[in-house]
Design a protein around this ligand. Structure first.
Ligand SMILES: Cc1ncc(COP(=O)(O)O)c(C=O)c1O
Length: 368
């Protein structure tokens, strides 16, 4: 039996009946854009994320982009972001016209905060800590210096629904917290979706207009906006899944603990380095494989029916899309090295101890 890498279809089965009922209700009412199911989910997700407001949008990428637009970031500005992230983080900066200023990562794969601080200039308008793999970047460090210099903190919490640092949820630490509901995320929609969580009423009102052609009232357009609304059919799925999220994140932590236990003693494998507290929600469980054997291990596991992935094969500065930033090989040594060594193991709510043991056993057999 194959071991899936992620399992959005398992989650779907758990909400299927209620979701189809909700869809039928939407159809009967004829509410296909916006409406009470969207506001209901927004209120619930704001409460879950520890913020006063939530603005649902159509993807995590748009959440980041609209957050930066709401901060009036544009040409001539600089935004600091990690080089070890999904490309969407940097796409969002690029499309505002601001310059992405990239930073290497540490052994925890998260943005190197000291390096980030050293790159601040008079043009720096925002910094985007990415809570990569579900582990939160050091928000205490950032909050010690960014706000004093009028630098906004836009959390990229795309992979971090359910993560908490010092008991405080991801998305509630910065000026704004951005989330993705891509189907295999911790809280995944049944299509695209995203949200911005925040506590400023004024910025919330601006974001609601930005996502809806520049106005909240039909045909009243206060400024040029976008069409980036969260679909009600997705809001219904997300509201249903939100009731499970704590249990599911707890399960991910348990799966990670099993991996830690079963992979122990395999010298060629480096398990995730946890720098901070138990904030990790384990969107991904990422190991490193030394001696250039990552690709061979990946293929070996695939032959055994175990699906793995690489997050991400190329750091942003070496990605063709951002060649114009002038990035060079050797510029971000940690991110470059890790890109060749990392391997994400199956992680989802249907992983059991015996499946984890099986994955670990195959990895052990590859190296022996
Ligand atoms: C770190 C990170 N940022 C941003 C995004 C963008 O989210 P979306 O795919 O919903 O646009 C993702 C999701 O893939 C992500 O992993």
């Amino acid at each position: 039996m194959a071991i899936m890498f992620s399992a959005p279809q398992v989650e779907y089965e758990l909400i299927r009946e209620e979701w189809l009922n909700a869809l039928s209700h939407l159809g009967e009412k004829g509410v296909f854009v916006g409406g009470p199911s969207v506001t209901d989910f927004e209120e619930s997700f704001a409460a879950y994320s520890g913020t006063a407001y939530c603005v649902g949008v159509n993807s995590g990428t748009d959440a980041l982009y609209l957050a930066l637009k709401a901060l009036e970031i544009g040409p001539g500005d600089e935004v600091i972001a990690p080089v070890n992230t999904f490309i969407a983080t940097v796409n969002a900066i690029y499309h505002t016209g601001a310059k992405p200023v990239l930073v290497d990562c540490g052994t925890d794969y998260l943005m190197d905060m000291a390096q980030a601080r050293s790159l601040v200039t008079a043009r720096t308008k925002a910094v985007i800590p990415v809570h990569l793999y579900g582990q939160m970047a050091d928000m205490n460090h950032l909050r010690q210096w960014a706000p004093d210099q009028d630098i906004a903190i836009v959390e990229d919490g795309a992979q971090a629904v359910g993560s908490r640092m010092d008991g405080r949820p991801a998305g509630s630490w910065g000026t704004m917290g951005c989330f993705s509901f891509y189907p295999d995320k911790n809280l995944g929609a049944l299509g695209d979706g995203g949200a911005i969580c925040l506590s400023s009423q004024a910025v919330t009102s601006h974001l609601r207009k930005l996502r809806n052609h520049g106005g909240e009232i039909r045909y009243v357009h206060e400024f040029p906006g976008y069409n980036s609304r969260l679909d009600p059919i997705q809001a219904c799925a997300l509201k249903l899944k939100l009731t499970h999220i704590e249990k599911w994140c707890q399960h991910r932590r348990q799966v990670a603990a099993w991996y830690d236990e079963y992979l122990d003693g395999i010298e060629a494998v480096t398990r995730p380095a946890l720098i901070l507290d138990g904030s990790h929600s384990y969107h991904l469980y990422v190991i490193r494989v030394v001696n250039g054997q990552r690709e061979a291990l990946k293929k070996f596991l695939q032959k055994k029916g175990i699906l793995t992935a690489i997050h991400y094969p190329s750091p942003i500065h070496l990605t063709p899309a951002y060649a114009d930033l002038g990035g060079k090989q050797g510029q971000f040594p940690n991110a470059e090295r890790y890109a060749d060594e990392i391997l994400s193991l199956p992680m989802h709510i249907a992983m059991t101890e015996s499946l984890v043991a099986k994955v670990a056993e195959e990895i052990r057999s590859f190296f022996s």
